[in-house]
Design a protein. Structure first.
Length: 108
């Protein structure tokens, strides 16, 4: 993955997200999810354009059920932005890049 995009899983979640000094937008997704595939390149663009200001984390919900349950992810894609170890905003469903950037801009 390029820029500030990282793979997140059950075992590295606390270290990669909760302990991060940089805000982390976690994308809860699955391979079979059509809207997840639509939003993936948008998230890559956001990661590249805002490198150093935000990290985009990708967490496959099929492979990491524990973390998905921990944050009550009921539908995907769900994006949760964490800052200073706390969930700040939750975005459910695929959205245009402009809408996503608008929603997370206060954390950039």
């Amino acid at each position: 993955m390029s820029g500030s995009t990282v793979t997140i899983n059950d075992s590295n979640f606390n270290e990669a997200v909760i302990a991060s000094d940089t805000p982390v937008l976690v994308d809860f997704w699955a391979e079979w999810c059509g809207p997840c595939k639509i939003i993936a390149p948008i998230l890559d663009e956001i990661a590249a354009e805002h490198e150093g200001k935000i990290i985009i984390g990708k967490l496959n919900t099929d492979d990491n059920i524990e973390t998905a349950r921990r944050f009550e992810v009921m539908s995907i894609p769900t994006l949760i932005l964490f800052k200073d170890g706390e969930a700040q905003i939750r975005i459910v469903g695929a959205q245009p890049k402009s809408a996503l950037v608008n929603k997370i801009s206060q954390f950039l």
